[in-house]
Design a protein around this ligand. Structure first.
Ligand code: FE2
Length: 308
């Protein structure tokens, strides 16, 4: 091993001794992939990042995927998805939280989870950083699974959960709605934000990671809707709701989270089959630009619900 690591707060590692422009030997690529599957959240600092070398780095972990929202990809490098606050799109993504106006806040989620075929991972790099604003949180759902009691683990083997894609946050059943008010331009339906419609997706409550073999608690609060046929697991409808509330509360425990405060030159790689992420958003007018590349997931972790 030529790379050193140091643990981040709670989950994930920071890699030391890596330069994004160094030659990618087979041995180095293998080392990077090993760190990725072992830790799930991998941070690199002080990198000299360009769109081209971000794409080259990301391709170490698999073929890259375009995002369904093609309007936000970089024209020269369509693999690069540009996340921007402080620009034209802010009004769509502005809402009120306990009276405070915030742009681009996102609840804990997995990318493309609503398609039943989430991407395997992604790489975020900082282009323009907003100081203390705009943190990205990462949560390790393999660690969250490991810490469940045996009774809950056994029950979860019998359960399938459904996710319902939705643009109106106040209709999401398991996010924290206390003090939330949508903004005047918040999208009401997917086409208002150039999203296609998605059918509901269903997942086993515990998914075995296709590569690492780790068991992952497949519970993320954004779009989480219901347990499918709860009586098959001897649960009443009320018990099914209480179980999801308890599991969401479990995933919110700080011991499973790492919060990244962005500095220029930062690059974060995460395993989207194992972890969830979120962002705190920014105050109106604050500039923040993050570039994302997406590592394709060519595995259906869930299924699309055509009818129940
Ligand atoms: Fe995301």
């Amino acid at each position: 091993m030529t790379l050193q690591t140091k643990p981040l707060d709670n989950v994930g590692v920071e890699v030391l001794g890596f330069n994004i422009n160094q030659p990618y030997t087979d041995a180095l690529k293998e080392e990077l992939r090993t760190l990725f599957y072992e830790h799930g959240i991998v941070v690199f600092r002080n990198q000299d990042i360009t769109p081209e070398n971000q794409i080259r780095f990301s391709a170490v972990f698999g073929p890259l995927e375009m995002h369904p929202l093609k309007t936000t990809t970089n024209t020269e490098n369509p693999e690069l998805f540009e996340l921007e606050n402080g620009g034209d799109k802010d009004k769509l993504y502005t809402a009120f939280y306990k009276g405070e106006e915030i742009v681009g806040r996102l609840d804990w989620h997995m990318d493309l989870h609503y398609t039943a075929k989430p991407n395997q991972g992604a790489v975020l790099t900082a282009v323009e950083v907003p100081g203390e604003d705009g943190l990205t949180g990462f949560g390790d759902l393999a660690k969250a699974y490991d810490s469940l009691d045996n009774e809950t683990k056994a029950l979860l083997e019998k359960i399938e959960v459904a996710y319902a894609f939705c643009m109106q946050r106040r209709h999401m059943r398991y996010v924290d709605l206390e003090g939330y008010e949508p903004g005047p331009h918040s999208p009401l339906k997917p086409s208002d934000a150039n999203f296609p419609d998605f059918a509901d997706a269903a997942y086993p409550a515990v998914v075995t990671h296709p590569i690492s073999g780790r068991k992952v608690l497949e519970i993320v609060e954004q779009f989480l809707d219901r347990i499918i046929t709860p009586h098959q697991a001897a649960l009443s409808n009320d018990e099914a709701i209480e179980l999801l509330e308890r599991l969401v509360a479990h995933t919110r425990k700080p011991e499973f989270h790492y919060w990244h405060e962005w500095l220029e030159g930062d690059m974060v790689l995460w395993d989207n089959w194992r972890g969830m992420h979120c962002t705190t958003g920014t105050k109106p007018g604050v500039r923040r630009r993050i570039n994302r590349t997406t590592i394709m997931g060519d595995v259906m972790l869930g299924r699309v619900i055509t009818k129940e």
